[in-house]
Write a protein that binds this ligand. Structure first.
Ligand SMILES: [Zn+2]
Ligand SMILES: [Zn+2]
Length: 139
């Protein structure tokens, strides 16, 4: 699969049996729907379906950021906010294929997780990303 931002080939990074596609060029990360569901099972237990649906169907955010195309279906993705203070802007496939985090957005995510005490699915998702990137990507 190629990066939705710069079209470099992405590499697969695995953590806790969940595999992510990671772009070594821009450090962005793609979660496909199956991986997201697995993660939400860990985060939300029996309500995994609801949690996944919620992540994939947030209201569209207003932003000047360039639209990206879904690496799976090649349609333009929607912009959505995840987390709080500051919210991170992510790209989400309107057909539910998955979520894209820009490398720069991940940086915001990581600083945010340090202060997020949390039981909600955003906090769990962000905490998972932090763990993954720390364990497998940073030298
Ligand atoms: Zn990239
Ligand atoms: Zn798609």
């Amino acid at each position: 699969m190629n990066c939705p931002k710069d079209h470099s080939p992405m590499i697969v990074v695995e953590h806790n049996r969940i595999a992510l596609d990671y772009c070594p060029e821009c450090r962005g990360v793609w979660f496909d729907r199956g991986e997201l569901e697995l993660l939400m099972e860990l985060a939300c237990g029996g309500e995994a379906d609801t949690c996944t649906a919620d992540l994939l169907t947030r209201p569209e955010a207003t932003t000047a950021e360039a639209r990206r195309r879904c690496p799976i279906c090649n349609h333009n993705m929607r912009k959505e906010h995840i987390g709080q203070q500051p919210a991170v802007l992510i790209d989400s496939c309107g057909r539910g294929d998955g979520l894209w985090f820009d490398g720069g957005e991940l940086h915001q995510v990581l600083s945010q997780v340090q202060t997020a005490a949390g039981g909600n699915q955003d906090a769990r998702l962000l905490a998972f990303l932090k763990e993954t990137l720390k364990a497998d990507i940073n030298e």
